[in-house]
Design a protein around this ligand. Structure first.
Ligand code: PNS
Length: 201
C-alpha cells in the first residue's frame, strides 16, 4: 500500500514537472560596489564581463563620508551612467552603510569584485568572508579584468592626473576630460568665476 502510494506520488510529480527549458529560470542580480573615483577602463572591462553572466548588474557607488573623494558622488554617477549606457542590463546606483544591507535591499544574490593581481586577493578574500559572515546567502564572485588593465587603479589615475601625466587609454575619454577640468588650475578658475557670476546673476 505504501509502495503504491509512493509510486503514485512520483508519477504525479513527474506529470506536473515542466520540461527543462520551459521552467522560469531564477533571475540573478549582482551588485558591483566600489568607490569609482574615478571610474577606469578596468572597471568598464569588469562591468562588461559581469553583464554577460548576470541578468542584472547594479554598479553601486559607495557614499563614504570618511573619504574626501576627488569626484563628487553625482559626478561619478554621471560618468558611470554614460560609460554603461550601452548595456541594457546594467544600472548605476549609490549607497551608504553596509554592502550586504544594500544587496538585500536590491534583492541581489551576488557581489562582483575584480581581482587584478595576487596583492588584491588578501583584502578581497577578507572582505568576501566578512560579507559572508554578515549575510551567508550572498555570494562574492571574483572576475579578472583584461591583462592590459591588471596594473590600473583609480588611485594611480588620480596621481598621474594630479602630476600632469597622460591617462589616455586608462580611462574613457569623458573621464579624461573631466579629470583635466578638475585638475587644470586655469579651467578650475574659469569654472569658479562662472559659478560666482551665476550666483550673483
Ligand atoms: O573601490 P573600493 O574602494 O575598493 O571598494 C570598497 C568597497 C566599497 C567595496 C568596501 O569598502 C565596502 O563594501 N564598503 C561598504 C561598507 C561595508 O560593507 N564594510 C564591510 C566590508 S566587509
Amino acid at each position: 500500500m505504501i509502495a503504491i502510494d509512493f509510486a503514485r506520488r512520483i508519477e504525479s510529480s513527474v506529470a506536473d514537472a515542466k520540461p527543462f527549458g520551459t521552467r522560469p529560470l531564477k533571475k540573478v542580480t549582482a551588485i558591483y560596489p566600489g568607490s569609482f573615483d574615478p571610474p577606469t577602463n578596468g572597471h568598464l572591462d569588469l562591468i562588461e564581463r559581469g553583464s554577460k553572466i548576470f541578468d542584472e548588474l547594479i554598479v553601486a557607488i559607495l557614499r563614504n563620508p570618511e573619504k574626501a573623494p576627488l569626484f563628487g558622488l553625482s559626478e561619478r554617477r554621471l560618468m558611470l551612467e554614460a560609460m554603461t549606457s550601452a548595456f541594457g542590463n546594467v544600472r548605476v546606483d549609490t549607497f551608504d552603510g553596509l554592502t550586504v544591507e544594500y544587496a538585500t535591499k536590491v534583492k541581489a544574490s551576488a557581489v562582483l569584485r575584480g581581482i587584478r593581481a595576487i596583492s588584491d586577493y588578501e583584502y578581497e578574500l577578507q572582505m568576501a568572508l566578512m560579507n559572508r559572515k554578515l549575510q551567508p546567502d550572498l555570494e562574492t564572485v571574483f572576475m579578472m579584468p583584461a591583462l592590459k588593465y591588471s596594473y590600473l587603479s583609480s588611485r594611480l589615475v588620480r596621481e598621474i592626473g594630479q602630476l600632469g601625466g597622460s591617462v589616455k587609454e586608462l580611462v574613457p575619454e569623458m573621464v579624461e576630460q573631466r579629470l583635466k577640468e578638475k585638475l587644470d588650475p586655469a579651467i578650475k578658475l574659469k569654472h569658479a568665476r562662472e559659478t560666482k557670476s551665476r550666483k550673483r546673476g
